[in-house]
Design a protein around this ligand. Sequence first.
Ligand code: SF4
Length: 357
Amino acid sequence: MSLPPAINDFAVRVCAWQRRHGRQHLPWQNTRDPYRIWLSEIMLQQTQVGTVIPYYQRFLERFPDLQTLAGAGQEDVMPYWAGLGYYARARNLHRCAQVLVAEHGGHFPPDSRAIAGLPGIGRSTASAIAAFAYGERSPIMDGNVKRVFTRFFGVHGYPGLRAVEQRLWGLAETALERAPDDLDMTAYTQGLMDLGAQLCSRGKPQCEACPLASNCEAKRLGLQRELPEPRPRRTIPDRHCAMLILHGDKHVLLEKQPQSGVWGGLWSLPRYDSSHALAEACISQGIAVPDSGRMATFVHTFTHFRLHIEPWMVDVPRRAAEWLPEQSWTPFELLPHIALPAPVRTLLEPLPYTRKA
Ligand code: SF4
């Protein structure tokens, strides 16, 4: 496939725009420290800058360097991620820190190829770390950047498809090959991210302010709404469960989730296949479940399924023993400090610990 001549100065135009209009003062900018850059890149996956900033700052206060993070227990790390979602990122981050200390002398490898071999780090993230920390000339291709490339070069097909993704990577490599030797990789890499986030946004791209507008295929053909093409439609399955909010004596019964699974490593509420199974489990412990304990059904959507939760609030006069080894009666005052999935935290809101006096 022939390449448009506009690819020759693509990188230079992005760079020049970034210096004048891009973001310059994000907390993870203006550093060459791969630890800080890595942390920001992982937090920014699937999450917007405004949401990430307070998490990033709290995380760094508690884990200021690689060694501190590697030396902490996962139990210490998860509360600093709770609410950001996609918890496998936090588990991999912790594991990666341990691998770096155990196998790389506590330092990041010197190039993106080696960085991409670490837990939880894909090709684009590895390139971003190497570009920001070492000035390496390697292309990135995250969600925002895919949008810029598909629109500018008029690439059709869902970018999640292997062939389409390979075409985009090829264009990104060529854009870098054609760029001058002294290209500022920090400004270019940040510029691609900023363009995707600030101008070439999903809903309403601001083409009139875009440095690429004069050669953009999507703009020329009026295809900004059509590109990038969406994922082919698929229905996600519905799953159902019942959750028990068993509380008494200013404690609530929580259950540690197994490492694998969507809430792996977090604390949650005891979960059952149905309200009937929940009631039977309670009765086996001598606890009656009143009809009045039933709360409104709550729906939480994950990437691959929709979970319909029937919550039951049951008040017991005094704490019983834990039913399972992975359960723990947790004092209300500790709840703000525990790693809980966002929907579980919402379910716990009616408990007296959050009620206003
Ligand atoms: S001209 Fe518009 S569609 Fe094209 S890259 Fe710029 S913002 Fe995106």
